[in-house]
Design a protein around this ligand. Sequence first.
Ligand SMILES: Nc1nc2c(c(=O)[nH]1)N[C@H]1C(S)=C(S)[C@@H](COP(=O)(O)OP(=O)(O)OC[C@H]3O[C@@H](n4cnc5c(=O)[nH]c(N)nc54)[C@H](O)[C@@H]3O)O[C@H]1N2
Ligand SMILES: Nc1nc2c(c(=O)[nH]1)N[C@H]1C(S)=C(S)[C@@H](COP(=O)(O)OP(=O)(O)OC[C@H]3O[C@@H](n4cnc5c(=O)[nH]c(N)nc54)[C@H](O)[C@@H]3O)O[C@H]1N2
Ligand code: SF4
Ligand SMILES: [Mo]
Length: 752
Amino acid sequence: MNQLHYRTCNLCETMCGIEIEHDGKQVIAIRGDKNDVLSKGNICPKAIGLQDIHTCEDRLRKPLQRVRKNPEQKSHDDAWVEVEWDDAIEYAAEGLARIQNQHGADSIASYFGRSTAHNIGTLLAVTPIQKIMGTRNVYTGSTVDQMPHNFVWHHMLGHQFLCTIPDINRTDYYLMLGTNPKVSNGAQMSTGANTYKKLNEIRQRGGKCVLIDPRRTESAKYMDEHHFITPHADSMFLIGLIQVIFAKGLAKPGRMAEHINGWSQIEPLVNQFDLGRIAEVTGIARSDIERIAEEFASANSAVCYGRTGVSMVQFAGLTQWLMQVMNVITGNMDEIGGMMFPKPAIESLPLTQSSWDTYRSRVTGRPEFSGEFPMAILGEEIMTPGKGQVRGLLGLAGNMVLSMADGHHTEKALNALEFYVAVDPYLNETTRFADVILPPCGPLEKGHYDMFYHLYDTINWSKYSPQLFETQSSKWTDFEIFTDLMACFARKRTANPLKKLFYGAIHTLVRHTLTTDRIVDLGLRFGPYGKGINPFNKKGLSLQKLKDNPHGIFLGNLEYSLPEGLYTADKKINLAPQCFVDDLPRLKAHFVDGGMEAEQSESEFDLKIISRLTNRTLGWMHHSQRLVKGKNPCELMMNPADAMARDISTDSLVKVTSRTGQIQMPVILTEDMMPGVVCMPHLWGHNRKNTRQKVANANPGVSMNDLTDVTGIDQLTGNAIVNGVPVKVEVVAKTAPAQRQHEDETVEEFVV
Ligand SMILES: Nc1nc2c(c(=O)[nH]1)N[C@H]1C(S)=C(S)[C@@H](COP(=O)(O)OP(=O)(O)OC[C@H]3O[C@@H](n4cnc5c(=O)[nH]c(N)nc54)[C@H](O)[C@@H]3O)O[C@H]1N2
Ligand SMILES: Nc1nc2c(c(=O)[nH]1)N[C@H]1C(S)=C(S)[C@@H](COP(=O)(O)OP(=O)(O)OC[C@H]3O[C@@H](n4cnc5c(=O)[nH]c(N)nc54)[C@H](O)[C@@H]3O)O[C@H]1N2
Ligand code: SF4
Ligand SMILES: [Mo]
């Protein structure tokens, strides 16, 4: 008899509730859970891919170890052999410890990709791994994603994870920059896959929605207005808005009036910029800037919010800061319908680091942020000889060859490593460089709690997802892998027999007592809604309470939490942190003092390329046949005027060239692109050799990050610039050949 199982889809931060019909071994169907307290039955197509991942033959069930043909060098001809878990852990720990014993703590780096944040086992392991490895070379996918947000929260509010969340359920004015929630389903704002319905609701209750994006995206039709903007120019647009708000006397601090530092600095700073020039460089008419500013400041409540399109660009730190300035000066910070702060059932902020520039990187002196360096410098730290050079890597839950800037540069760096341990369920474009791959069990084979993503809640709620299936042969969760790996590593890092014994004892204790479920239970019990250890407290949260409520528990709407909730020492919002003030001249040099024109006239790259997500795809879900079937979405969107100037027509095959690389794909002409800007999907390009991923490789596409530039970073925050990258586009053939199986000939072949 088929049964029903309820859980949260862990593929993205949207956290939709799903209902899985199954027979105890296999999934029969995956649907939206109508009773889920957050998503109320809404899901996106990606959730059904979980069924394919569960049965995917390429998903590794046992550790793989590289057997080198030439002991001195890795090669594509090396063999992979399956090894037993204990042997694999021993081999991995030995390889990492040997390097650190010889070359010091910093000679090993760690890298955490996006799947870390979707997985309680990896999340809980991050801090212990960093403490045990003791290296300063810590890298995560955050610096090709949301780091500018964290940077702003740290400097303005005192903690990198004091996340401002748009109160989309109650706002009257929604100003949205560089995000496409109809497809992404909302980023840093977890609503369940129904964000677009919430945009409709804003308008139905008499509010207004305005979108700023160089592409008229799928989300535009749920908005009242859409304006094209020149990539990278959002800071200028925001400066224009702030200028008008002050000039018209509309600035009002609201409820936070007594708790803001730096108010008087803002007006003179923005007044350095001429509104006419702002209109010219952004492409948004002066009258529109003036009107939007007035509307925003006069609305009962309003929120200015933006995501990856304004965090993976030049001046991303400034843009994120100026968006928050907009919210503060209109009295919308920590206000109903403005930016608010969720109160998650498990408190994690006090346990996480928030710091800036307490030390710097070895090669180019980049400041750390909250204990990590930008991904952009991992390659130079690996490939520049000297004391402290990175020689070993523990890399997990990210496919950096496709997802980080300049894939070929990443490949060179990975190939130069002496030893690389990957914790990942696939032999993919990145893990093929590993010496050993430790594969965790599948997503349905373990319990799940969204330890991190509740920081993005639009309502307060809590839910636990139990393990559905017994694990197949890959019986270990990420948490178990890390516990064993780190224990074994710590023993190998010390010569002291007493310490070895001590580490062994700690390991046994942790392995037998501290399961992820126990940690969740403790976190819930002692969190803000917890029952503590009081058996008579029937209302308070515990793991059992969540297990008894498989659709989740609603804990209330977002409530005021400032100033008490601030992490700044004086409990005030810092409206004008010096680092942002100091970054304004860089913006001015580019947009006002001729930098932009000089860049344009010197460069052969006359277009800018930006990224797009597609409904059915999400990096590693390209292993799901259900999701990749049909036409490959790697097509270049281009404005017809740009096409005409280059003799390109719909379906032409074009060559896109940047400073770092070249790829080919068919073109689609559309007025939805801003002239001068082209757009393609990212995280494709499954055309590298020696991977084990039949489904993805059969529908490879091309990798956008073969065009992006590792040296392109927002200087302030260190975040990669993967949007608005300069390219040129030339026609190769008037009609594109039918989708090819492999695009090897279009990608410079990488030779190890
Ligand atoms: N289907 C699907 N959904 C996903 C994911 C996925 O892989 N697939 N990934 C998840 C993850 S990890 C994340 S971080 C989120 C991201 O969620 P979003 O931030 O919503 O991501 P995008 O859809 O790429 O939206 C970015 C938008 O910025 C625009 N843009 C580019 N450059 C600029 C610029 O200079 N200025 C402005 N104003 N706009 C610009 C682009 O045109 C694009 O519409 O999505 C999540 N949801
Ligand atoms: N050009 C361009 N580049 C971008 C972006 C863009 O907009 N444009 N967006 C950026 C953004 S926002 C993001 S989030 C990144 C995403 O980039 P990545 O972080 O590289 O994400 P994926 O490609 O989905 O790869 C996820 C990896 O985690 C592994 N994995 C899956 N589940 C688990 C698990 O439970 N445990 C472990 N240990 N591993 C697991 C998968 O096998 C895969 O190797 O890409 C970034 N790169
Ligand atoms: S939006 Fe899609 S992928 Fe994201 S949690 Fe919901 S169902 Fe899963
Ligand atoms: Mo992301």
